[in-house]
Design a protein around this ligand. Structure first.
Ligand SMILES: Cc1ncc(COP(=O)(O)O)c(C=O)c1O
Length: 420
């Protein structure tokens, strides 16, 4: 009789693990009704002390150890806004990791600059400092380190490279609300940073984003790019820049302020649970947590990455293991993105519209063909190795971790059946 659930056996996990996401209670309901009844659904006309958007900007910037926060409609547009504020323009190259969500790269093209993909460090799945250094040209203007799965990038090495080559560092913190590198929060480690508050993220209002910086001039520019080119202290109908409307609503901020109250406790619960799970995984040959650099003093995450070793599983492909574990009731994946982002049709078909801009922009003048891009580590990680679990799975008790371990052990013990 089959034991594994994938072959018709009894699944190991017969209930939902962790917590259902998003989490809310009457605090969010009250806050939303308050905004509704106030008649102030956007920040316009409100003093900063009255606006939920302004309050959230201040609180989240302070929490992330940055001086200024500019709330934005979503994380993609936050990246675009930050790049514009940093003066990234046509003809500039911006170095991005191959292993991230597509917005890290498309935001670069949306400001008419050129995304340059580089490989990741196989130990952390984060952008490789050596690969950054190797990709720098006379056109490089900025680097976007993504704290992938909330694991902080090696910001010591990246800051050193940026300083040496006079480059802007824009941290993409979409996965890393509250993570820390040597006791300093992600979001405060570069010139600017961005976060996403989209529904799946560890801090959410459905859709939302923010730009953080401790530089007053960059903050003023980001504000202007968020607000159709307005400048603080000038008449309302005076516009200074070509800019869009990226304003967050009071409703979004009202939800974020409530969600924010729970963030630290949730991070602590996740830390506790990942420690327990990591310890248990030490005993299971072929499944490995990422090695935690001692400079990672706090690891908040959107999804938790770990590794599969095909050799230790008698050559059974990682995807077969995933199917088997899913059948056992564990919602496992490979990280949100599934393949290096240059593999998307956008880049493989060089689909940059009639004119080919910004890639064929005469201001750039160089030839680039993304079909030639190949980052071996990112390719291998996605094809064979990466495993991930979503953050809400880690919001339950230790017994949930034990169930996950049991399910993995069960599949591990039956590689013969897995082969069927
Ligand atoms: C690394 C990364 N950057 C940027 C974004 C874009 O954020 P949003 O979905 O809020 O536009 C995401 C979204 O998943 C992301 O994972």
């Amino acid at each position: 009789m089959a034991k594994l659930a994938i072959n018709g056996g009894e699944p190991m996990v017969k209930r939902a693990l962790g917590k259902s996401w998003p989490i809310f209670d009457e605090k969010e309901e009250k806050a939303l009704f308050e905004v509704l009844r106030s008649g102030h659904w956007w920040r316009g006309g409100l003093e900063p002390s009255e606006s939920k958007v302004s309050q959230f900007e201040d609180r989240f910037a302070f929490y992330s150890q940055a001086k200024h926060g500019i709330a934005i409609t979503n994380g993609t547009q936050a990246l675009e806004c930050a790049l514009k504020a940093a003066g990234v323009e046509a003809g500039d190259e911006v170095i991005v990791p191959a292993l991230t969500f597509v917005a890290t790269a498309t935001s670069v093209a949306l400001v008419n600059a050129i995304p340059i993909f580089v490989d990741v460090d196989p130990e952390t799945y984060n952008i490789s400092p050596q690969a950054i250094e190797d990709a720098i040209t006379e056109r490089t203007r900025a680097i976007i380190p993504v704290h992938n799965g909330g694991y902080p990038c090696d910001m010591d090495a990246i800051s050193r490279i940026a300083k040496k080559h006079n480059l802007i560092v824009l941290e993409d913190c979409a996965h890393a609300h509250g993570s820390e590198w040597k006791g300093k929060r992600c979001g405060s480690l570069g010139d600017l940073s961005t976060f996403s508050f989209q529904q799946g993220k560890a801090l959410t209002c459905g859709e939302g984003g923010i730009v953080l910086t401790s530089d007053a001039e960059l903050a003023e520019k980001a504000y202007s790019f968020m607000h159709i080119g307005r400048v603080p202290g000038r008449p309302f109908y005076e516009f200074h820049r070509v800019a869009s409307n990226l304003r967050m609503t009071e409703f979004q901020a009202a939800v974020l302020l409530c969600q924010f109250e729970r963030l630290d406790e949730q991070i602590e619960t996740r830390e506790r649970n990942t420690r327990h799970l990591s310890e248990g995984l030490q005993e299971i040959e072929g499944i490995e947590p990422l090695v935690r650099d001692e400079r990672v003093t706090r690891w908040s995450f959107y999804y938790w990455n770990f590794k599969y070793r095909e050799e230790a599983f008698d050559g059974i492909p990682r995807d077969r293991f995933i199917e088997a574990l899913k059948a056992e009731g564990v919602p496992i994946g490979v990280g949100a993105h599934g393949e290096p982002i240059y593999r998307n049709p956008l880049f493989q078909n060089m689909n940059f519209g009639r004119t080919g801009c910004p890639i064929k922009c005469p201001l750039y003048g160089k030839k680039i063909d993304y079909r030639e891009t190949f980052c071996p580590e990112a390719e291998r990680i996605y094809e064979k190795e990466a495993l991930s679990l979503p953050h809400a799975l880690f919001l339950g008790g230790k017994e949930d971790m034990d169930l996950i371990l049991e399910a993995i052990r069960k599949v591990r013990a039956d590689t013969d059946e897995l082969r069927k």
